[in-house]
Design a protein around this ligand. Structure first.
Ligand code: AMP
Ligand code: MG
Length: 340
């Protein structure tokens, strides 16, 4: 455990730096630059390692620009975004979509197929009804939920090359995968601009490439789902990514029941059973999509699907009579360092 502590402290210190702040330090022959911005409704921390100051600055500035570009296509809540404009076509959209939109929707549709629709990018009508991103804290009437369920079915989405066709009333939500996708893109941009290593952390989505400045793999902390100030565990990242989906991110409580933003397309209501899911995958887009998907699938089906796919590892947390329990794939357990 002890060998992880210095970096955890470094990561936590970097999280304490104020909004849009920057810091840099020289480490041996390289320069480390960090910055923080707000995008996708969350705080995003970027770290680059580069041979010199000018390269580090260019790499981090371009990566930050890439992160902000998600607003243009991926944010369904922003009326100016590509997603919102597609969703606004009442008779059903039919036309070309951007490269980033295509790439993200393809991953979402693949995961929808693999999970038989537990993950479904056409979930938007239900997301709007529950309105977790707004001030709402009421449970929608059962009739309203039932009315919207026929509008949630990924099989109705047609994507051929960059041509998207949606039936009338269908609306898309890429929120469960777009954040991971943009994290991957930001890392790619850092590398293309000469960085030798980089780390991006956006809420629960974290990915890195190269080695940390002091040598060795980047190490990331997994947040404790019920104690926000505390870490549950630490995980080394070897050119890989992790994403966490939890019932603590957006929720309200009513009569002792927690209503959160991870919806089960079968019922239209929050998926029950798990507290949080962390997935380790080759890319952050996959990790992001699968963390949401496994959360909705639940303990047994979720763990089974992770075990089936050699490139995915995962940690599933759940509560039994108020006590946090854990199950994980063998590969995850090999890497995880628990924090007492
Ligand atoms: P994440 O934080 O990555 O787990 O993504 C949560 C977001 O994904 C929610 O705010 C919704 O926009 C969307 N979402 C909720 N339920 C589902 C689902 N079953 N399939 C796909 N996306 C979902
Ligand atoms: Mg997700």
């Amino acid at each position: 455990m002890r060998r992880f502590l210095p970096l955890l402290v470094l990561l936590m210190l970097s999280l304490l730096i104020g909004c849009s702040s920057e810091s840099d330090e020289a480490s041996g022959d390289s320069v480390v630059l960090q910055t923080r911005l707000f995008a996708m409704d969350t705080v995003v921390d970027l770290t680059v390692v580069a041979p010199d100051e000018a390269t580090a600055r260019r790499a981090i500035d371009e990566a930050a620009r890439t992160i902000q570009s998600i607003q243009v296509w991926g944010s369904a809540d922003d009326p100016a975004s590509e997603t919102a404009q597609i969703n606004a076509v009442a008779e059903g959209y039919s036309g070309s979509v951007s490269e980033d939109f295509v790439a993200t929707l393809r991953i979402a549709l693949d995961v929808a197929v693999s999970t038989a629709g537990a993950f479904d990018p056409t979930i938007r009508p239900l997301v709007e009804l529950w309105n977790f991103s707004g001030e709402s804290s009421t449970v929608p009437p059962a009739e309203e939920l039932a009315e919207l369920l026929p509008l949630v079915n990924y099989r109705q989405v047609e994507l051929v090359d960059d041509k998207l066709t949606l039936p009338a009333g269908y609306r898309l939500d890429l929120g469960a995968v777009a954040k991971g996708y943009i994290v991957d893109l930001a890392l790619q941009v850092m590398e293309e601009n000469g960085a030798t290593a980089g780390l991006v952390s956006a809420g629960g989505d974290v990915a890195g490439f190269g080695e940390r400045p002091t040598g060795g793999a980047w190490i990331i902390g997994i947040q404790h789902p019920r104690l926000p100030e505390q870490l549950f565990g630490a995980l080394p990242l070897n050119n890989a990514a992790v994403a966490t989906s939890g019932d603590y991110e957006r929720y309200f409580e009513l009569d002792g029941v927690r209503y959160h933003h991870l919806l089960d397309p079968a019922t239209g209501s929050p998926a029950r059973g798990l507290t949080s899911v962390t997935v380790l995958a080759p890319t952050c887009a996959e990790a992001d999509a699968w963390a949401t998907a496994v959360f909705v699938l639940g303990l047994e089906a979720g763990l089974a699907l992770l075990e089936e796919q050699s490139e995915l590892e995962g940690l599933l947390l759940y509560e039994v009579e108020g006590q946090l329990q854990q199950l994980m794939t063998a590969g995850f357990s090999d890497k995880l360092e628990l924090i007492e």
